[in-house]
Design a protein around this ligand. Sequence first.
Ligand code: PMP
Length: 404
Amino acid sequence: MSLDTLRAQFPALQQPDLIYLDNAATTQKPTAVLEAMQQFYQADNANVHRGAHRLSARATRAFEGARDTLARFINAPERESVLFTRGTTEAMNLLASSLGGQQLQAGDLILIDSWAHHASIVPWQQAAQRAGARLCPIPLDKAGQLDEAAYLALLAQQPRVVILTQVANALGARAPLSRWLPLARAAGAITIVDGAQGIAHDTVDVQALGCDFYAFSGHKMYGPTGIGVLWGRRALLEAMPPYQFGGEMIHKVSFEQSSFNQLPFKFEAGTPAIAEAVGLGAAAQWLMAQDRAALAAHESVLLARARTGLASIEGITLYSAFEDNAGSLAFNVEGEHHQDVGIWLDQAGIAVRCGHHCCQPLMAALGVKGTCRVSVAAYNTAAEIDAFVEALRDMREFLNDDPL
Ligand code: PMP
């Protein structure tokens, strides 16, 4: 499929004066996703699982069909271990609360990478505090990569849980999952992967990855907001206590006691985000119909072009611009506040993200308050990257121009 044809499927990109390079925050949605959600509300809308009527049966089929699609999308061994959540944040809260409450003991060690998002750090920090456990960051080496020697030394202390971010949202850097996950499991740790950024760029096979849990958000992979997935190993999920309580997740309730439903419903209390799940199923289907390798190669070319362009402008600091970055590059402009750079680019119709990117510990390690982040998706073009680089060059020239 040509880039023009692919791009034409995204209505939001058709508006004038918009160069959307904030895809790590959220992606735009293709017509296939928008239509699936509209079709659900127009024709199939009813509550799921408990209705005696045909419409409810249709809604249930659409919702559970989305679960089947998502199980295929990540190659989950069975559909019951694919849980719908509100997104990666809720998945991490679920794990920290349920698994953390069950597994952590005083003195236990939890490892987390230094570029983790607050959505991974804070729930586990809270779980550690409740249990008297320690949350320890895996440091960065001098090149800005995760430090393997330090990781090996930390694994020797037999951590209970290891949390790795597949792709760092603030940097675009990739964690060495295929090497590091087996090491963590061999050390006896439960492994959790934050796939919020990775899912849009890499084809994910949870069985091949070999982690115990994998979490992602729909809205970063061309799907809707308010929906995501937590996949977990069945035996662990079966043994974990529920996270939230209410309708759907119960088996029998009396005023004295309750028993709980089987997987996946045990972890899905209340009316779920039905249309959003259907939309996410459509997004997964849309991605599976693409040549994923070609999309990834296109994104790499765009990132390389951005890297070369940024490096050609004096006074730009690039953070962790590794060759194998996925989706994002982070930078600052010498003497300029990152927010000012974002406002300048916005004046040129270019959307990027500026700030701490929900990674304050990483910003502290980098010695900055924040950065600008340019992030690409499959629909971006080389011309858009060039416009972004030229707008920054103009900014430097304008600000360096002596008014007298
Ligand atoms: N982890 C990473 C790496 C992310 O990029 C994000 C979103 N910025 C999250 C977790 C949280 O995802 P959400 O806000 O969709 O729950």
